[in-house]
Design a protein around this ligand. Sequence first.
Ligand SMILES: Nc1ncnc2c1ncn2[C@@H]1O[C@H](COP(=O)(O)OP(=O)(O)O)[C@@H](O)[C@H]1O
Ligand SMILES: [Mg+2]
Length: 399
Amino acid sequence: MSRFVAVTAVRDFEGRVRQAIAGALHGELQTLNPEVLSGGPDDVFKQLNGAPPEVLILGPGVTAEAALKLATVFDLQYPEISLLLVAEPSPDLVLKAMHSGIRDVVTPEIEVNDLRVLLERACLAAASRRRGMGPAAEPDQDRGRVIAVMSPKGGVGKTTVATNLAIGLGKVAPMSVVLVDLDLQFGDVASGLQLEPEHSITEAVHGAASQDSMVLKAFLTVHPAGIYALCAPRTPSESDYITADHVSRLLNQLASEFKYVVVDTAPGLGEHVLATLELATDGVWVCGMDVPSVRGLRKCFTVLKELQLLPQGRHTVLNFADRKSGLSVQDVEATIGVPIDAVVPRSRTLPYSTNRGIPVLQSTSRDSATKGLKKLVDRFDPQWVSSNHNKLHRRVVVS
Ligand SMILES: Nc1ncnc2c1ncn2[C@@H]1O[C@H](COP(=O)(O)OP(=O)(O)O)[C@@H](O)[C@H]1O
Ligand SMILES: [Mg+2]
């Protein structure tokens, strides 16, 4: 949906914009007080509830200098947003506006019909710029695997699996693994790996990093085990400013730089998860050994099959496996309709390792939970796969 934001206190102009949009264009108008011009894009976004706008209208009734200054920053950091300046278009102002990346300078007296045409064009321009920056823009044959760690439910071990998978793959491909925390509101990759990130995914998807993979790399946090991590935002509300498009672009950039991009996700099938699945080469499906978890995964498979969003590589992990749970591996397989590839028993070492911030695959632990996680890692190790192909689909047991 198109979204329009006007920075103006002139009610008559605001009314004309509303008329221009009504019935002809998708989306709604939000008006901000001109005071906002003294801040930067982040101050603007703070006042908007939701995703960034497609069209930002500056004026009428704002000082040209302040409007041009803000426009310059927007143009650099958010080139996909179309900017319009509403002011008497003197040749001098038009030239300056052009240099600030403003699309059009419009007289405050503009009529509703002309305004409508202008806004429509501004929307189209915004859409085509977004497309230009999106997945199709990066034709790259030599791309890494994007591994989405998924589950419809929380607390089933996604983060445990994702952090251990990344650490395990770090031994297969040192400095070629990045773990992305897409549990944007309550991500705990940083604490699970004992990291204190200077930057988060927020900086990675906005501004220069989104245009340049070298800048993006500077926003990643290095873990002593030889992997990179991109941690979740510091506050849950920051996730409002991270769109599905941001996620697609980010994962595309990372896949062109790293052999393995491991993505820890939030429970369920939110827009960020769907954007991840669109690009994922592999899905790691984590399932608890309880009926709600198993049924949830079956529904999840059904929906994703319909949407044609099931990644090609499928890896199922039965976590919290316990012979006393009243379910067997065969029960689980029969319900979800696919074989289980790795079993991670309920184990005391895992909560202990989560609390210490040291994944079991980084430590010397040799218990059966560690073995189960190692087995998952092996599935992504080309050398292991080529020499153990017969073991890939060997039946698993709960000990
Ligand atoms: N197999 C297991 N046995 C015991 N505790 C586990 C097991 N797997 C995960 N845990 C613990 O359960 C808690 C939730 O796991 P987590 O990986 O954060 O789940 P999610 O990311 O799906 O919400 C963590 O404290 C973790 O250490
Ligand atoms: Mg988690």
